[in-house]
Each structure stands twice: as C-alpha cells, then as structure tokens.
Design a protein around this ligand. Structure first.
Ligand code: UD1
Ligand code: MG
Length: 459
C-alpha cells in the first residue's frame, strides 16, 4: 500500500460503464444523459474522474448513443469511447474496453455512469487498498434498504469472499445490508485474468463483474472492501431516483453556498446548477432558480422569484423580485433590474436601472442610464437580431419602443410612449407621439348625454 494511503502512484485507467439503456427511466434519452443540477449523470462522473488527476479514461456506451458520445467529447475530450453490443452484463461491458486494458500498466478503476456523487477522495481510498496480494478492491456501503443491490459476503475484517446479486442470494444473504456500489479497482497485472474467468451461470444469464471477487479468492488472492456513505454511491435508475438525486445535490449545494458566506432566506426554495458561482454577502430571497453558467459577485441582492441563467451579476447589483436574466445578461456593479424585467445579451453598466416591466435584448445600457417602465428593445425583425445602444446617463421614458438597430447618445432624453427608429444624439430630446388634444368640459357633457340615453332606453 502506498505510504499515506490516499494517493496511488501507479498509472490509472478508469473505465466508465454507460451502455445500459436505463429501461426504468421510460425515456427516449439514454439514462446517463439525464441531468442533476443541470449536468448529465455522466458529466458528474467524468468530472469526479478528472479530479483523480492524470490518467486514461475509457467510456463504454451502447450502440446508437451518439448523444452520449458527444457528451464524453464535450466533458472529457481525451477519453476513449467503446461500444458494447450486445449488452451481456457488467463484466462483458468492461471487456468492451479490452484493448486499453491490454495496453495498460497500472491500476484499473471501474465506475458506473449513473452514480453522480462519487468523489475523487473515495476513489483514491479504494485504489489505496490494492497491493501485490490484493488485486481487487470493492467499494461497499451500508444500505438503508439493500433490496436490488449485490451483497458483500465478508469473511474477515475488510475481506470480501464474494458478491451475491439479489436474484442469486439466499434468504440469509438477503439480510445483509453491506452492499456493492458497483465501483471496483483492479491491479492491471491481474485484471484480464480475473475478467476473462467470469462466466454467465446465474439467474440473469449475464456476465457479472461482481463474480471477479469469488474468482480472485479461488486463486488465493485477497479482496479488500472499502466503505463509503450510501449517499455518495446512490444510483439513478428511475425518475423517482433522479428526483432524489436532485434533492441531494441541491441540499449539498445550498449548504456549500451558505458555508461560503451567502445568505439564503429559505434555502430549500433556491435551485442551483452544478456550476453556479455565488460570492460573499450575497442575499438570495425565496424561490430563485439558477440555470447553468451564472456568476454572482459579492454583495449582490437577488429578491424573490427570479429565474437566472447564463448571467453575470457584478458586485452590489440588485435584481428582482420576478426578474428574468437570460444568457449574456451582464448586470454591472450596483445596477438594478426590477420586477418583470427580462434581460438577454445586454451589458447593463454600473448603476444603470431598469426597474419595471421591460425587455432588454441584444445591446448595452450605459452607466447610470434609466430605463423607464415598459421600455422594449425591439431587437428582432422576424429574420435578424439587432442591437440597441443606450448611452451613459440617458433617460428612456416609460413605454418606449427602441427599434433596433438604434443608438441613443449619452445623456439623451426620450419622451414616454415614443417609438424610436432613428439614432438620437447625445443630450438631445426625442419625442415621437401626437400632440395632446384638450377639450374643456367634454367629459362632463358626455356623461350627461349618455346617462339620458340610458334612462330613455329603460323606460
Ligand atoms: C450492479 C451490480 C450490483 C450493485 C449495483 C449498484 C453487477 C452484476 N451488479 O447491479 O452488485 O449492487 O450495480 O448499483 O455488476 N452496463 C453496461 N453494460 C451491460 C450492463 C450494464 O454498460 O451489459 C452498465 C449500466 O449502464 C450501468 C452499470 O453498468 O451504468 C450497472 O448496470 P445495472 O444494470 O444498473 O446493474 P445493477 O443491476 O444495478
Ligand atoms: Mg443500476
């Protein structure tokens, strides 16, 4: 065992099994592409593997899983993809990557693509329990409900003699709650020897990876068990388990965000993405949803009921209640985005304000500018998107339509209700509406006439 026990110094090959169809998801999408915290299950696993440092990664997928292949290319571009066809069990799946196992000198780690919370430190702990006389180590956990899992049959402290799948277990074995997580580590020297000895004489007629344990023992080797918390190896096989995994992810993320110095008034109502960045002294009120790629800098206030994705909120900005920030929204320091304001692909510079009922799409709002209630950036002509530039300190009156492409100069003033189609120079007034007509006493006369007609009609 390496000194210190937490890092293996041998080269590492990690094989991720992701060929299963995930029948119980009842989905057109392969199971490992379903998301937790906005990232696919496979994405979570590949990210954990990246945390192991240098090493080779192989992912075993099923036929016609181009989406899974694309996800691997996106998250782990160096990983090699192998197709398993047909799918004859977990040992058969590992052998789909036989070519890399043959080439590899070092340790081989097998993980499942549907266990999103596995951590690098647990994987390192498992690898550290391998040595020359222990060519195999199994990651186990104590299950609250062991049903459906393979059970670890122990014959000494930390010593596994076999793994029994649920279907093949005796009544007594089913009482065991120490279960197989599915994660296993092999010494490369013995990996193929063990894998090739696995047969399919069991209830399902599949090649079970778990049989490697009894085979190693029959060859006189030791097999180690390493234990982790159940939550870390929870697998996703159904929509119900997907929701349970989401709940675990969110609880942990909220705890982390608070530990790092943000205030969540009702943490259980705030939803984060795997990559949300939240600074210090940020206050997040109830019912806020973060989609992917959001950065919230220090001292930002997010009022209740906001939906935010792909946005940056700079120091001291204030948004909501009921704001929608879409990709490319860059809200400057101390800028304010108020209720029922939607911002997409717009830079709102320092101290600018859009406090009520507006759509700001494709453009820039200069520092200190004021966008009145009901202002719309008319950015789309049905074919192309165009930009609206609002200069620093400009004042856009309420209910203004800015028809892009259009530029409002710094300090310009737009009268409310205007439809602005031409550029407005700095410090000018632009007003586009009919002059108001006024008739003294008209309303009083109108009321008298109409009231009389109504009385005549009734009698
Ligand atoms: C497996 C283990 C069981 C363990 C449980 C933990 C075996 C035989 N059983 O059972 O001991 O307690 O996981 O969740 O290993 N896969 C393929 N190709 C195949 C079959 C499966 O790639 O031919 C992949 C699946 O995509 C999945 C993983 O292997 O990622 C596990 O397969 P699954 O069918 O879910 O195994 P379980 O029955 O859950
Ligand atoms: Mg499973």
């Amino acid at each position: 065992m390496p000194v210190g026990g937490s890092m293996t110094s041998r080269p590492l090959l990690t094989i991720v099994l992701a060929a299963g169809k995930g029948t119980r998801m009842k989905s057109a999408i392969p199971k490992v592409l379903h998301c937790v915290g906005g990232l696919s299950l496979l994405g979570h696993v590949l990210t954990a593997i990246r945390g192991l440092g240098e090493g080779r990664t192989a992912v075993v997928i099923g036929p016609e899983m181009d989406g899974v292949r694309a996800e691997v290319e996106k998250i782990a571009p160096k990983a090699e993809v192998f197709v398993q066809e047909p799918q004859l069990g977990t040992a058969h799946a590992v052998l789909a990557a036989r070519r890399v196992i043959e080439q590899h000198e070092g340790d081989v780690l097998v993980v499942f693509g549907d266990t999103p919370f596995i951590t690098p430190s647990t994987l390192n702990g498992l690898l550290a329990s391998l040595d020359a006389s222990t060519p195999l180590a199994v990651l186990g956990f104590h299950a609250a409900d062991p049903n459906g899992y393979g059970r670890l049959i122990m014959d000494g402290p930390g010593q596994v003699s076999a793994i029994r799948e649920q279907e093949d277990a005796t009544e007594a074995e089913r009482e065991i709650n120490f279960c197989n997580s599915g994660v296993m580590a092999f010494r490369g020297e013995q990996a193929l020897l063990l894998l090739e000895a696995i047969g399919s004489h069991n209830a399902k007629g599949e090649y079970y990876l778990t049989d490697a344990v009894a085979i190693a023992r029959s060859m006189g080797y030791r097999v180690a068990a390493h234990t982790c918390a159940e939550e870390e190896v929870m697998g996703v096989n159904s929509r119900n388990q997907l929701a349970q995994a989401e709940a675990v992810f969110q609880r942990r993320f909220r705890e982390r965000v608070m530990a790092e110095g943000a205030t969540l008034i009702a943490p259980e109502t705030v939803w984060f993405s795997y990559d949300t960045v939240i600074g210090r002294d940020v206050v997040i009120e109830p019912n806020v949803f973060f989609g992917p790629k959001v950065v919230v800098e220090d001292e930002v206030i997010i009022h209740a009921n906001c939906h935010i994705e792909g946005a940056r909120l700079r120091r001291g900005a204030e948004v909501g209640p009921f704001a929608r920030l879409r990709p490319g929204a860059d809200i400057g320091p101390r800028a304010k985005i108020g209720n029922f304001v939607e911002v997409k692909n717009v830079t709102v510079e320092e101290g600018a304000k859009a406090n009520h009922l507006s759509y700001l799409g494709d453009g820039r709002v200069g520092a200190g500018a004021n966008i009145g209630a009901g202002t719309i950036f008319c950015n789309y002509d049905g074919f192309f998107k165009h930009r609206t530039e609002v200069g620093a300190g400009a004042f856009i009156g309420s209910n203004t339509a800015l028809v892009a492409p259009v530029t409002i100069g710094p300090g310009a003033f737009i009268g409310s209700g205007s439809v602005i189609t031409k550029d407005v120079p700095a410090d000018a007034l632009a007003l586009e509406r009919n002059e108001q007509t006024l008739r003294e006493g008209w309303a009083a006369k109108f009321r008298t006439v109409m009231q009389r007609r109504k009385t005549e009609k009734r009698s």
